[in-house]
Design a protein around this ligand. Structure first.
Ligand SMILES: [Zn+2]
Length: 214
């Protein structure tokens, strides 16, 4: 643990402050203060994604859940990865050989210093007794942040941006990301993995953001 992480841990000790708003409170079992627990919306279902055999998420993207993801992604609060991973419940009938985070392009990785999806994947794998594989999928060209783009521009932005290693041949894979909006990133990842010969592809994200037309 770095010094910065230790300081953050002192400021926001896990288990004493709400995972979402960071206030001291009597916490509920899910790590939220009563107010955030009321505001958190559990994921129920989402439209089908092409080439993805199953999808799940922990939360609907709203103020409560997005605060946690943003603290991890932009605030550098790496300790948030564990409670976020814990909130993802994988269906019992998924057979998973490898947990694969949505990769960042190396330039973005260098800027941020970490890949939030990889941190979530690491804990998700640990909690569920699965194998984390960061060597199976690569982002081979830099892409724009999806947030500012339209649905069709998002698809274009990530098309052929990923390449999978042939070591994924025959493996059943769980792709992990922080947020699914249109799902075009997950679809592009699944396409690359299938091209390299993997078996079933599942996807899990912390948040699912409802969009018009899915
Ligand atoms: Zn709260």
């Amino acid at each position: 643990m770095s010094l910065a992480e230790r300081i953050v841990k002192v400021i926001y000790p896990e288990g004493l402050v709400c995972d979402s708003c960071g206030r001291e409170a009597v916490l509920m079992e899910n790590g939220f203060c009563p107010e955030c627990a009321l505001g958190a919306e559990s994921f129920i279902n989402a439209p089908y994604l092409e080439g993805v055999d199953g999808y799940t998420a922990a939360y609907i993207y709203n103020d409560v859940s997005s605060r946690m993801v943003k603290r991890l992604k932009y605030g550098g609060a790496r300790y948030m990865a564990r409670p976020l991973a814990r909130a993802i419940v994988l269906p019992a009938d998924w057979h998973i050989d490898a947990v694969v985070p949505v990769p960042l392009h190396y330039k973005r990785f260098r800027e941020r210093g970490f890949n939030q999806s990889e941190l979530i994947s690491k804990h998700l794998a640990e909690i569920n007794g699965l194998e984390l594989r960061t060597d199976l999928l690569e982002r081979i060209r830099p892409t724009q942040q999806q947030t500012a783009l339209s649905v069709s521009a998002r698809k274009r932005n990530v098309k052929d941006a990923f390449e999978a290693d042939e070591a994924c041949k025959g493996l059943e894979i769980l792709i992990v990301d922080d947020v699914r909006t249109t799902g075009s990133t997950l679809v592009a990842c699944a396409e690359a993995l299938r091209k390299a010969g993997c078996g079933r592809v599942y996807a899990a994200t912390v948040c699912f953001a409802r969009t018009e037309g899915g």
